[in-house]
Design a protein around this ligand. Structure first.
Ligand SMILES: C[S@@+](CC[C@H](N)C(=O)[O-])C[C@H]1O[C@@H](n2cnc3c(N)ncnc32)[C@H](O)[C@@H]1O
Length: 265
């Protein structure tokens, strides 16, 4: 069970964000008030010399605090499989123990798969957790979950899973990297079987609530990321050859679940 992040966790998030936010007005002025579009030229890169994941990977203590925050921050809130009709996914999955049912890409220490396994102990097939080597090496061993070091800069090695899930991943990245992640995932998907599940905010085009707007600035600062509107999601997915099947959400203040599949040729 993840511990509440406490003072050390707050200080890690402070160190991750505040030095860059303090210099953001200067960054924006120097860059003509344009949205940064390149992870390697993010405001954080400019202000402190690294973007978020390199900064975390360099310091085991900070990485551990960040991972603990990832595990604990949504405690008490519904998971994607409580928002999305997951039974449809399970009913249509190959009912064989060797088949992979879910690959949680960038799943950190596996808190989502652990909860999924508790809620659906008789679900068919395998559950696979993927994240960077620096994260997987400190992940706890979870019953019923296989873990694997993988960077989504590379083609997805698990072929033909029923679902590839990405929770709070795409908002970390600018479009050109999201496009690469999508193409690397599409290369492993079985047509008319595999599904892409994205869990992130889906914003309105105008009148974005303050919390999501501030998160958008935070994501932009630490890695040239974006909180996307429905229009932006559809454009991004379409550009990588995906069509949106449905967008499920419990309320506008929560992350939505986007189901997408590769467009037929
Ligand atoms: C914002 S966290 C989200 C974690 C988890 N999905 C959740 O919602 O709690 C982003 C995750 O992406 C992982 N990540 C960053 N770069 C990655 C890469 N190139 N390949 C795979 N995972 C990566 C990070 O280590 C981190 O666990």
């Amino acid at each position: 069970m993840a511990q509440p992040m406490g003072k050390a966790g707050v200080s890690c998030l402070y160190d991750l964000s505040v030095p860059t936010l303090a210099k953001l007005p200067e960054y924006l002025r120097l860059h003509g008030y344009k949205n940064p579009k390149d992870y390697s030229r993010s405001p954080m890169q400019w202000a402190v010399g690294e973007s978020q994941f390199e900064w975390l990977a360099r310091d085991q203590n900070k990485q551990a605090l960040f991972d603990s925050y990832m595990s604990s921050r949504r405690q008490g809130k519904p998971s994607w499989f409580e928002t999305y009709p997951v039974q449809d996914l399970l009913d249509g999955a190959i009912q064989h123990e060797d088949a992979v049912t879910i690959v949680d890409v960038g799943g950190n220490h596996g808190h989502d798969l652990r909860k999924f396994n508790e809620m659906y102990p008789t679900a068919p097939g395998r559950l696979v957790l993927q994240d960077l080597p620096s994260v997987i090496k400190s992940a706890p061993r979870l019953e019923g979950v296989e873990s694997m070091a993988y960077s989504f800069y590379d083609p997805q090695p698990i072929k033909g899973a029923r679902a590839y899930t990405f929770r709070a991943i795409f908002h970390d990245w600018p479009d050109h990297i999201c496009h690469k992640i999508l193409m690397n995932t599409a290369s492993a998907m079985t047509p008319a079987y595999s599904k892409l599940i994205i869990v992130d905010f889906v914003l309105p085009d105008t009148d974005v609530p303050l919390f999501q707007a501030s998160l958008d600035i935070q994501m932009m600062s630490i890695g040239a990321g974006v909180e996307r509107s429905e229009t932006q999601w559809r454009e991004l997915l379409h550009s990588a050859g995906f069509e949106v099947v449905r967008i499920c959400r419990k309320n506008p203040g929560m992350e939505a679940v986007i189901e997408a599949i590769p467009m037929s040729p």
